[in-house]
Ligand binder design. Structure first.
Ligand code: NAP
Length: 313
């Protein structure tokens, strides 16, 4: 599937878009919103002075502030692009300047905890439409962003019951304008689905890379030298941002622990199959999992190229 953006809008969707946090996701939104004419003005805020300076050099926004409230003042859409654990603090800081009719959204990888942390701060008349773009890379920081990150990727919206339909429609148009497909679901369902499709896989990657690093009989240089045997694909995921992922696990505890319980049971069954030479069980599982991989490729969620499309050295 082509990873290209459609034509830009003739008139901007928002008058003034405020992005709080200019890491991978915030900077990608800045690029895409600019290219697609989704906002007349883009203002941003980041807590990190170095990030603000780099964002200005990159021309990510019309203005970059240290204070999130300064960016949110007068905005008709504010998107929180900070780690999950920081969303509540930012919501409290911007609340006094938010104008009625403004849409507040976020991009957090966990939805229940973010909604519980943000919603109580928002004044009446402000619409909260939480979002999670299921797109990313293992890079972080303002240089990591690019305009096509969200193309052909899902954006999940989890508005609470009773949210203004017009605000939901505009948030949907925002993500569709950046090339995403949009699905709406409840926050608890989102957190359960993402626990198994994203959070537990990251935990497994962090764990296996940690285990390999601690081995005594195999040297670290051997682990790196022979990594093409499968290990290196885990290392890509295990290079993901430590702050972001710490916050994901601490804020989606219940669903992650539930899925980890299931995972551990299934892993024990596999260990038993290996111990008792039960090749049939192993072959049956490996055949089922191959079908899942083929489904992901045929739905355009990954490239079919051999070896994940890596160029041969
Ligand atoms: P990132 O590259 O680490 O950027 C986050 C930025 O926000 C950093 O510059 C950080 O500054 C800044 N920040 C932290 N706390 C702040 C605060 N209180 N006020 C203002 N700025 C603050 O992170 P990211 O990968 O873009 O992730 C941002 C959000 O997107 C997270 O909630 C994550 O769950 C979600 N998400 C990420 C991905 C992914 O693949 N990366 C995919 C989907 C959704 P410091 O440098 O000082 O910390």
């Amino acid at each position: 599937m082509p990873e290209r953006l459609g034509p830009p809008r003739e008139t901007p969707l928002f008058r003034r878009l405020a992005l709080v946090g200019l890491g991978l996701i915030g900077s990608s939104i800045a690029h895409a919103a600019r290219r697609q004419n989704l906002a007349g003005t883009i203002v941003a805020a980041d807590a990190d002075a170095d990030v603000r300076e780099r964002a200005q050099v990159l021309g990510l926004a019309d203005a970059v502030h240290a204070d999130a409230a300064e960016a949110a003042r007068g905005a008709d859409c504010v998107v929180l692009c900070v780690p999950v654990g920081a969303c509540g603090v930012v919501a409290a800081a911007i609340a006094p300047v938010l104008e009625p009719g403004c849409i507040v959204s976020d991009v957090g990888s966990v939805k229940g905890a973010v909604m519980a942390a943000v919603a109580p701060h928002l004044p009446p008349g402000v619409h909260f439409v939480p979002a999670h773009p299921v797109a990313g890379t293992e890079q972080s920081g303002p240089e990591a962003g690019f305009a096509t990150l969200f193309v052909n990727r899902w954006a999940i919206l989890t508005p609470a019951e009773g949210t203004d339909p017009e605000a939901i429609a505009r948030t949907r148009a925002f993500w569709e304008g950046m090339g995403s497909e949009v699905e709406i679901m409840s926050a608890p369902h989102h957190d359960l689905v993402l626990a198994i499709t994203s959070h537990v896989p990251h935990l497994i990657a962090y764990n296996i890379v940690g285990t390999a690093a601690d081995l005594e009989q195999v040297t670290r240089s051997e682990v790196i030298k022979f990594s093409a045997g499968g290990f290196r694909d885990f290392t890509r995921i295990a290079a993901s941002d430590p702050t972001m992922w710490r916050d994901v696990f601490l804020n989606n505890k219940e669903a992650v622990l539930e899925m980890l319980g299931r995972f551990n049971e299934d892993l024990s069954a596999l260990a038993r199959a290996i111990r008792w030479d039960d090749g049939e069980t192993l072959h049956a599982l490996f055949s089922r999992t191959r079908t899942i991989r083929r489904g992901i490729v045929s739905e355009g969620q990954d490239a079919p190229a051999p070896d994940f499309g890596r160029p041969r050295e």
